[in-house]
Design a protein around this ligand. Structure first.
Ligand SMILES: NC(=O)c1ccc[n+]([C@@H]2O[C@H](COP(=O)([O-])OP(=O)(O)OC[C@H]3O[C@@H](n4cnc5c(N)ncnc54)[C@H](O)[C@@H]3O)[C@@H](O)[C@H]2O)c1
Ligand SMILES: [Fe+2]
Length: 379
């Protein structure tokens, strides 16, 4: 067996209600910082999710400055504006609090504030480098797993999504408080939950970096997510289902951070970048055709994934089940429902074909023509 490397965040605290004691939980990982930049978005702040956490910093005598202007699929100007706010504040540490968009922004801002590297020099694999400011992440969606990944995805220019992937992006602390996800709307729960399942599937079938640890995490993640997604969608206040979703998404994050995602994410990116389709929804829509395309090259692995969640041991069973789940939780299945037309497909496919970070991980080689055919299949 070829060797492998595995990395993750050094401290993970997983406890319902943890956000209420965030200052005490985070103090050791944030090196006792007295000025903490809190990175979030208006939805999360407006829902009151931050209140208890901020009060805990207040009580501990730690000054916070909240930057709440993050938007979905964060563009570069938001990242730079957030960094400027942190610099002006004299931030000594960064706290990302929200879904993948605030967490990814926080990760990059911690690098920008802690070192001298410019944003444009960070894109790609292993280009971003420490030093960075101490960094803690608190997810409020059960999807991206960004709290434990070494990845941040930024929208560059008008429409392209580019990734920064480097060990420097592993936070010092991830705090999982499932109570924060109780109010997540059904459609967001569904889409972000399917995103997490896609992370597990793509990590398990990754061509380059799949390894025994990422495999074990991906299988465990799939079992939890598969068992809880429909329950969390049907009853958002089901705390056990919410806890399983958050933990499953984190396990999947650990898996794909070490065995990166492939064709599904590559095909989802242009939907987010060009059409602002939410990340989880983009992944969910392109999943079935990519699974069907990959099946000849990934029959054994897809069969193992199917068996792992109690289905028949075949790739067809996995594909059918993922389609059934999308229908059951009310996720759109066609690109035309998302505002994409036939004429958009060539530029989307060009974007995908140029993705040399993700396509090499896909179990089957994808050409431009293959990509066009898959988009056409779900138009
Ligand atoms: N870094 C990684 O490893 C990684 C992996 C996958 C995706 N991503 C990126 O993450 C982003 C998507 O993140 P996301 O899917 O978590 O969505 P998001 O962070 O964009 O949030 C989506 C919406 O949900 C709202 N929201 C969040 N938590 C809520 C809660 N508890 N209750 C009510 N509303 C809530 C937000 O206000 C926002 O309006 C994309 O930019 C994607 O590219 C990153
Ligand atoms: Fe994703």
């Amino acid at each position: 067996m070829p060797g492998f490397e595995f990395r993750t965040v050094p401290t993970i605290v997983c406890r319902p209600g943890a956000a209420k004691n965030l200052a005490a939980i985070a103090a050791p990982s944030l090196n006792g910082a007295q000025r903490v930049l809190v990175v979030t978005d208006r939805g999360v702040r407006g829902a009151g999710l931050l209140d208890a956490a901020l009060a805990s910093f207040d009580d501990a005598g730690v000054e916070t400055r909240v930057y709440d202007q993050v938007v979905a699929d964060p563009p570069e100007d938001v990242v730079l504006a957030c960094a400027a706010a942190g610099r002006e504040f004299g931030a000594q540490a960064v706290l990302g609090f929200g879904g993948g968009s605030p967490m990814d922004t926080a990760k990059v801002v911690a690098l920008l504030l802690g070192g001298t590297q410019k944003l444009e020099d960070m894109y790609g694999m292993n280009r971003a480098a420490v030093p960075r400011l101490p960094l803690a992440l608190v997810p409020t969606t059960a999807g991206t797993g960004s709290e434990v990944t070494s990845v941040a995805v930024i929208t560059t220019g008008e429409t392209s999504k580019r990734g920064i992937a480097a060990p420097a992006l592993y936070a010092d602390l991830a705090v999982l408080d499932a109570d924060l996800t109780l109010g997540l709307p059904e459609h967001v729960t569904a889409a972000t939950g399917i995103d997490a399942m896609v992370h597990a599937i793509e990590a398990y079938t990754g061509k380059r970096f799949k390894n025994p640890v990422s495999d074990a995490l991906a299988l465990a993640a799939m079992r939890r997510l598969h068992g809880a997604l429909e329950r969390a969608c049907a009853d958002g206040s089901d705390r056990a289902a919410r806890a399983d979703m958050l933990l499953g998404a984190m396990l999947a994050g650990q898996a794909f951070s070490n065995s990166p995602v492939g064709g599904v994410h590559a095909m989802a990116y242009p939907l987010g970048g060009i059409f602002h389709v939410p990340h989880g929804l983009s992944n969910s829509v392109v999943l079935p055709p990519v699974l069907r395309f990959n099946a000849p090259a990934a029959e054994t692995l897809y069969s193992e994934l199917a068996q792992n969640i109690g289905l028949a041991t075949s790739s067809a069973a996995l594909i059918e089940e993922m389609e059934r789940i999308a229908d059951a939780v009310g996720i759109e299945r066609r690109l035309s429902q998302l505002g994409v037309s036939h004429n958009d497909i060539p530029r989307m496919a060009e974007d995908v074909a140029a993705n040399d970070r993700l396509l090499p991980n896909n179990p089957r080689e994808m050409t431009y023509d293959d990509i066009v055919a898959m988009y056409e299949e779900i138009l």
